[in-house]
Every structure is written in C-alpha cells, then in structure tokens.
Ligand binder design. Structure first.
Ligand SMILES: [Fe+2]
Length: 332
C-alpha cells in the first residue's frame, strides 16, 4: 500500500472503533471534516480532521502521534502539530472529569500553531459526536486525501540509506496486512486470541504489521519479515530483555503503512510501550543486532512459528502503555 491507501485502509477500519462514543470513529472523522469544510478551511486541514482519530485502529495511547507521523511529510507544520497535539487540546473539554490537568494545552500558547489546534478541538473535534448530524460521505473526501498523500514528501528519511547501505536495489511491495500472510486475517486473530487473551487491538495490529513486512523485499531474496524475526532471534540469543527483543521484532512495522516515512511511524506506534532510550535506537539501525550475513534460510512457515513463540512477550509489552504519551504526561 502507498501512504494514501494505508490511510484509507485505517479510516475504513475505524468504523469498528467506537470507544464508548455515540458514533463510531469513522463517522466522527467524517463529521469533523464536514464541519471544517463548512468553515471554509483548506484541504490539508479538512483531510487531517477526517483522519485525526484513525490511529485508534492501531493503538489509542498515542493515536494522535501515529496519524501525525503519517501526515508529517505531506502537510505544513501547523497541520502536523494540530494532529500531534489534538489529544491534549481536546483534553480541555474532559480532563477535569478524569482529575487530569485540563490546562496543559496552554503551554503552547505562544506557538504559531496554537490557534489552529484550539480551533480544531473547540469547533470541530469536540462537536463531532452527533449521530444525527449531516456528514459528507467518505467518497466526498477521497480524491483530496489522495492528492495530499501524492505530494512529494518534504521529509526524507536519511536512515533508509543506513539500513539499505549494502543493497543495490530495493524492491518493495506492500499490499495489505492480510494478503501479506499465508494465513487469513481470521486465522491470525484466532492464533493471537487463543495464545493470549480476548480483544487486544494493539497486539493484533502489531502482529498484522509484522506479517505485512513479508511484502517488503530486501537483498538476497530476504524480506523485512525474515529480517525482523532474525533480529529478534539474535537479541534473544544475546539474552537481551523483552523490551529490547520486541523492539527488534517491531523495528520496521511502520513501513507497512508508508515505506518512506516508516521509521517515524514506527516510533510513534512503539513509544507508549517501549522505553524512550530503546525507541531512539530506531534512528540508528546500527545499534540493533546485526543479522548474520550468512544465515540459515528459513521457510515462511518456520518464521511464522517463531513469531508465535514471541507472542507472550508481545502480549506483555503491548497490554498497557507504560511510557510517556501525551495523556500520561498530564496526570495530576
Ligand atoms: Fe476526535
């Protein structure tokens, strides 16, 4: 998938996320974008409004950061900040009930993007939970979403050169999470749920993205799925701790959503669950275990079995957010 297709995919899946609200997250996004369009703002803002909560499909803890990372190369800074900080600005309307500090957003009051962040929270996000409100359909926004994500990204990821420094030709195909697996999505959900527990959206999404790495080919007919499993295996053999092993396993998952911007997306997905000192290692791929140049070639089936062995550790890491997220910072 390219970035536009990934975003449409997440948006459509957000129809399954309600989080206790009166409308599901797709309808919430549509209403938010409809309100913004009626306020005559530009397309970058409108499409950001549409997508702002779609990161909840992966993980609620830092959903603003995940979507912001996906938009970052394609929109101006104030729109990126609006997405990145929206949990904090929206908190003005409900943190009080959770006994959190609802004035924290004011720390940004001197910033050039403050007014847009505030307008987003007050006029569009906060008022977009009305099941009876008029909303434009997703098709109404689709072409403009594609236009934004088809711009030439203005942030180039220099780390890609490090990862693929010895590779002459990088060929990658990403279709979607489930096509990338030999197993169907339902099979994977069964495997995950039988091995661990009930509904853990983060775990399932992370597993899907790891499997999705099969479609990203690197050198020597290897792919990023095999590479990630090998890296985690190496860390395990070195008796590293579980967070570090899972970091190795998940080091490329963001590339399933947008290859060129994958590192930033990976960091935002992992940051609530893996300690900052480890997450920072993703900026320097040399700090993660080097996969031996000559390694035993394993079949996809063998690699999938290895992935299943990592499930208990994955479960431990992703069952709760432990590290700094926008919301956790704000507890009084
Ligand atoms: Fe929202």
């Amino acid at each position: 998938m390219n970035a536009a297709e990934s975003m449409m995919h997440l948006l459509k899946l957000s129809e399954n996320v309600t989080g206790g609200f009166a409308v599901h997250q797709l309808r919430h996004g549509l209403q938010c974008a409809t309100l913004a369009e009626k306020a005559c703002v530009d397309d970058e803002i409108i499409i950001a409004c549409l997508c702002h909560d779609a990161g909840k499909v992966i993980s609620k803890a830092n959903h603003g950061g995940i979507i912001a990372a996906m938009f970052k190369p394609y929109v101006r800074d104030e729109v990126y900040q609006m997405l990145k900080l929206h949990q904090l600005f929206e908190g003005k309307h409900y943190f009080e009930y959770l006994k959190w500090d609802s004035t924290q957003y004011l720390q940004y009051k001197e910033e050039p993007y403050f007014d847009l962040c505030q307008r987003f929270a007050d006029e569009w996000d906060q008022t977009a939970f009305d099941p009876n409100a008029e909303v434009f359909p997703i098709e109404h926004f689709e072409q403009r979403l594609k236009n934004i994500f088809s711009k030439i990204p203005h942030v180039q990821e220099s780390h890609e050169n490090k990862i693929f420094a010895t590779i002459n030709e990088v060929e990658f195909f990403v279709t979607n999470f489930t096509e990338a697996s030999n197993s169907s999505q339902e099979d994977w959900k069964k495997i995950v749920c039988n091995n661990v527990f009930n509904d853990n959206r983060v775990l399932i999404r992370v597993m899907e993205m790891i499997v999705g790495l099969k479609k990203i080919q690197i050198a020597n007919s290897n792919d990023l799925f095999a590479h990630s499993i090998s890296s985690a295996r190496t860390a395990k053999c070195q008796s590293k701790n579980e967070e570090y092993i899972i970091l190795c396993l998940c080091q490329h998952i963001g590339k399933v959503l947008d290859f060129d911007n994958g590192n930033e997306i990976t960091k935002e997905i992992l940051s609530p669950y893996i300690s900052p000192e480890y997450v920072e290692m993703l900026d320097n791929s040399c700090s993660l275990p080097t996969v031996p140049a000559i390694q035993e070639i394993k079949s996809n089936h063998e690699l999938e079995m290895e992935l299943i062995d990592f499930i208990p550790a994955l479960k431990k890491i992703f069952q709760a957010s432990k590290y700094t997220s926008v919301l956790q910072l704000q507890r009084k």
